[in-house]
Design a protein around this ligand. Structure first.
Ligand code: HEC
Ligand code: HEC
Ligand code: HEC
Ligand code: HEC
Ligand code: HEC
Ligand code: HEC
Ligand code: HEC
Ligand code: HEC
Length: 448
């Protein structure tokens, strides 16, 4: 009796200790081992397939918490009506250059306003009531007007080189209005509930009719609701190579047209091309972002994505925290990571991993694993953080011919050369053999 009592106590103690000691990533066991759904399957309930869009205001009465979080986030403020509230304009229109092809009284909607703001003006284009974009944009980061020629992108052969004839419907509105992506209707300004949950009319009629919730499915499918917008694309009709860009004159689309949350994104999307070692307008040669709105393009190459970590694990989908102005700091990463854990860092303490003092900026995860590699416009400072979490060494920065400023170590140590910084890492014993493998195969493939 007494003996089994002791054995029981010892067992409980052992279990408790191993529970406390177990890597934190165990909390995500269910998510990471969920059965994968086919990529081409529509995951919506049958009832939702016949639903129409109702607008976010209709959801408020029953889902107040989500509604208020969303209302305070920038998703609800992407497109704003100037007539309703003139304070949404962040630019100084008294300094608008003389050759501007628009003035404030013509502007109906503002686009954005955190990093830059652009202006939508009603226009009849191609026989359709559409919108055009003013030929100047306000750069919030530099507080200056700068010229804006939207047609200078991958679709430059599909549109006239004149802002007055360049429609926003095909090139912007799918990602900035709710409903336009799948139904070509501007149901609601900005990114409403139904951009991520799909059409809501049937759920309104009967709560037992489920509305799509991305996290009910496997992690790869979960991220699709974010990837529909946070990614650089090409027109899906160019996928098979039997259409040319010229054949899409006035109709080239820069978003996955036809997609609705829950459906299979892969059927609607052609991702902007990237090849390791080749720099493009959108990516550096190692795949890091040169521009904004590349989170998805980078993240799908990361080991965390492949192993089932989603955008939603790091970003609350309604509040949109974690972000620069509302940072969770290292604790955002340490929800899953811990020192000496199987998923890394493999060292036993923060200082042993970073080789910087614990309270130094050089010990912040994002500073080394999400360096600022991209710009919002050509004239903007480097502010866009990479979502390719793998550490880019000074040696890689050099080999891939990337600007020094995009390297994490160099961004804080501008008095040192890339070689000196690489030497420090080598001295610390962080050889990073995984990366060395990629580098040597890259060098072999590209030798003269
Ligand atoms: C950017 C995409 C996105 C937008 C916009 C969005 N949601 Fe969600 N919503 C999600 C995701 C993803 C989940 C699942 C969260 C989880 O499992 O942690 C979710 C979950 C929910 C849930 C279930 C409760 C929960 O937290 O799991 C409700 C209710 C909900 N959302 C309502 C709304 C309403 C109402 C709006 C608009 C005011 C809205 N959502 C806007 C992505 C979004
Ligand atoms: C009249 C109240 C009511 C309204 C209006 C309403 N919902 Fe719901 N919603 C509910 C209830 C109740 C549940 C829980 C259902 C359950 O657990 O089966 C729910 C569940 C959800 C869920 C979780 C997934 C699911 O289907 O169970 C999401 C996401 C959601 N609602 C989003 C929305 C969105 C978006 C809108 C606006 C288009 C909306 N709801 C409007 C009452 C409402
Ligand atoms: C329909 C398009 C769309 C969808 C879907 C979407 N986003 Fe966004 N997201 C945007 C746009 C546009 C902005 C820029 C808003 C602005 O600056 O006004 C943005 C901004 C953000 C921001 C920055 C917020 C800030 O305050 O700066 C985060 C973080 C974010 N989105 C995460 C997500 C995540 C996570 C998902 C998926 C759950 C998602 N988004 C789905 C279009 C979308
Ligand atoms: C595939 C979806 C998509 C398309 C197409 C798209 N955007 Fe965006 N846009 C986004 C997302 C997502 C963000 C926020 C994320 C980021 O900037 O990294 C954004 C950010 C912006 C911002 C910065 C917002 C801020 O607050 O600083 C502006 C301005 C903008 N877009 C204008 C445009 C214009 C104009 C077009 C058309 C010529 C366009 N976008 C096409 C998805 C898109
Ligand atoms: C492992 C965690 C993690 C994952 C996964 C992740 N992000 Fe982020 N993301 C962050 C952090 C941390 C920041 C803010 C960094 C900082 O402090 O500036 C950020 C910043 C952003 C921003 C810019 C916000 C701003 O401050 O302007 C956007 C937009 C964004 N993420 C979207 C996404 C999308 C979309 C996905 C999925 C494709 C995604 N993120 C996946 C951690 C993550
Ligand atoms: C929700 C859990 C979760 C969060 C939050 C998280 N990670 Fe991870 N991370 C993982 C898992 C799981 C792996 C293991 C992938 C593998 O098998 O190598 C990983 C791997 C990594 C790797 C090595 C492989 C790679 O992707 O390059 C780095 C670096 C990394 N994480 C950095 C971060 C940083 C920085 C943050 C915070 C911004 C963060 N992680 C937040 C779960 C997470
Ligand atoms: C966010 C800024 C930041 C980043 C990123 C950063 N450091 Fe540091 N570094 C510092 C600061 C601040 C110190 C001062 C002492 C300390 O914090 O330990 C420092 C100190 C050092 C030192 C010792 C003192 C000296 O200047 O000789 C070396 C060596 C060093 N860093 C190398 C690196 C390398 C290599 C990387 C990339 C892996 C790196 N740092 C990334 C900010 C940074
Ligand atoms: C001073 C720069 C620096 C900071 C800050 C930093 N790391 Fe790292 N990290 C590295 C380098 C360099 C590597 C590559 C080491 C290697 O592969 O041998 C790495 C590798 C990793 C890996 C891959 C597994 C491993 O141990 O090699 C993970 C996971 C990781 N870091 C997570 C984090 C987390 C979480 C934080 C914040 C608590 C963080 N790192 C802060 C430089 C840094």
């Amino acid at each position: 009796m007494k003996r089994s009592y002791i054995v029981g106590l010892v067992t409980i103690a052992t279990l408790t200790i191993s529970w406390i000691e177990r890597p934190k990533i165990f909390d995500y066991y269910n998510q990471l081992t969920k059965i994968r759904e086919p990529l081409t399957e529509d995951l919506r309930d049958r009832s939702q397939l016949k639903a129409s869009f109702v607008g976010s205001a209709k959801c408020m009465e029953c889902h107040e918490e989500q509604y208020h979080s969303w209302k305070a986030s920038r998703h609800s403020k992407m497109i704003q009506d100037v007539d309703k509230n003139s304070s949404v304009v962040v630019a100084d229109f008294s300094k608008l250059p003389d050759d501007a092809d628009f003035n404030l009284s013509e502007v109906v909607y503002t686009i954005g306003g955190k990093f830059k703001q652009r202006y939508m003006i009603p226009a009849k284009i191609n026989g359709k009531d559409d919108f055009r974009l003013g030929n100047y944009q306000w750069n919030v980061e530099t507080s200056k007007w700068q010229s804006f020629k939207p047609y200078k992108y991958w679709y430059h052969d599909a549109y006239p080189h004149d802002n007055k004839k360049f429609p926003t419907s095909n090139t912007c509105d799918g990602c900035h209005f709710t409903g336009y992506m799948s139904r070509e209707k501007r149901v609601e300004l900005s990114i409403g509930c139904e951009s991520c949950h799909g059409a809501g009319s049937e759920h309104l009629k009967d709560r037992d009719d489920h509305i799509y919730r991305a996290t009910d499915y496997d992690p790869i499918r979960s991220s699709e609701i974010c990837l529909q917008c946070h990614m650089r694309n090409r027109d899906n009709r160019l996928k098979n190579g039997d259409r040319t860009i010229n054949s899409l004159y006035m109709e080239a689309k820069d978003y996955p047209s036809g997609y609705e949350a829950g459906d299979a994104l892969i059927n609607y999307k052609l991702v902007a091309p990237f090849k390791l070692g080749v720099e493009t307008k959108e990516f550096w040669a190692n795949g890091s972002a040169k521009k904004n709105r590349t989170q998805g393009n980078e993240y799908v190459h990361d080991a965390m994505y492949a192993h089932g970590i989603t955008c939603i694990n790091c970003h609350d989908p309604h509040k949109l925290t974690n972000r620069a102005d509302k940072s969770e700091g290292n604790s955002g990463c340490m929800k899953c990571h811990s020192f000496g854990s199987p998923i890394g860092p493999h060292q036993q303490s923060l200082e042993a991993h970073t080789h910087h003092k614990g309270d130094s900026k050089g010990s912040l995860c994002v500073e080394c694993h999400m360096p600022k590699t991209g710009r919002h416009t050509k004239k903007s400072p480097l502010t866009v953080r990479s979502h390719r979490f793998k550490f880019t060494s000074p040696l890689e920065t050099k080999i891939y011919n990337m600007p020094k400023e995009t390297n994490a170590c160099f961004s804080c140590h501008k008095d040192k050369s890339l070689d000196e910084l690489q030497d420090s890492i080598n001295r610390w014993g962080m050889q990073n053999w995984e990366n060395m493998d990629t580098i040597s195969s890259f060098l072999l493939e590209n030798r003269e």
